[in-house]
Design a protein around this ligand. Structure first.
Ligand SMILES: [Zn+2]
Length: 214
């Protein structure tokens, strides 16, 4: 093999091409604080039969909203007060907390995509009318990128695909790997991370991060 200067330059430029992203696209960050999604049944149990949630804010994801109502979440070691309910009601009750919150409660939830709660952690949920013993449903939300069908097409990404997102404009630079793409009519462009991840990367809601195309 010839290791002349021209060859070395070629080899280096080939390596750079391989490790450097060929193109990037910016996406806005959405930081998710601890929250709970309730099933209709659990909502009625905790708040009373026929209870309707009061919307205080639309979320960026279509049809999703923050409700005025909150619950108390109790674990073996501690309590989280005023945990926000996000509506509308879902098929199953799910509590999404950070690892820091998990330490406060004294539980050990797995990192999961929303809806995947089998064998996750449990907790006690206290509402104004009743107390619910949740056997499972407490998770640390896996970070994910929401995209509408059109945005996914534009970015050449598909539902369920795992991608890399990097944050390189803050004092602390981080790469997020295995970010799951969730796309379709019920989604809108937003990179969801929890408060621990946001704090680690010095990111706030609406900051921009980059999709890395390899
Ligand atoms: Zn999300």
């Amino acid at each position: 093999m010839n290791f002349g200067i021209d060859n070395i330059t070629t080899i280096i430029s080939e390596i750079i091409k391989k490790i450097a992203p060929s193109k990037t696209a910016l996406v806005p960050v959405g930081v998710s604080n601890r929250h709970i999604h309730l099933s209709q049944k659990d909502l009625y149990y905790l708040f009373g039969e026929g209870y309707q949630l009061t919307k205080i804010k639309d979320l960026k994801q279509p049809n999703q909203f923050a409700a005025k109502e909150t619950v108390t979440v109790v674990g073996p070691k501690g309590v989280l007060h005023n945990v926000r309910i996000l509506g509308p009601a879902r098929n199953q009750t799910q509590v999404e907390i950070s690892r820091t919150d998990a330490f406060i409660l004294g539980v050990n939830p797995p990192v999961r995509i929303s809806g995947d709660t089998k064998n996750s952690a449990g907790a006690i949920i206290i509402g104004p009318k009743n107390t619910l013993i949740l056997q499972e449903g407490v998770i640390i939300s896996a970070n994910h990128l929401h995209l509408s069908a059109e945005e996914a097409k534009d970015l050449n990404l598909t539902n369920g695909q795992k991608i890399i997102i990097r944050s390189i404009t803050k004092e602390r630079k981080l790469y997020f790997v295995d970010v799951v793409v969730r796309c379709g009519a019920e989604h809108s462009k937003e990179f969801h991370i929890d408060t621990d991840e946001a704090n680690a990367a010095l990111l706030d809601t609406n900051d921009n991060v980059e999709i890395v195309y390899i």
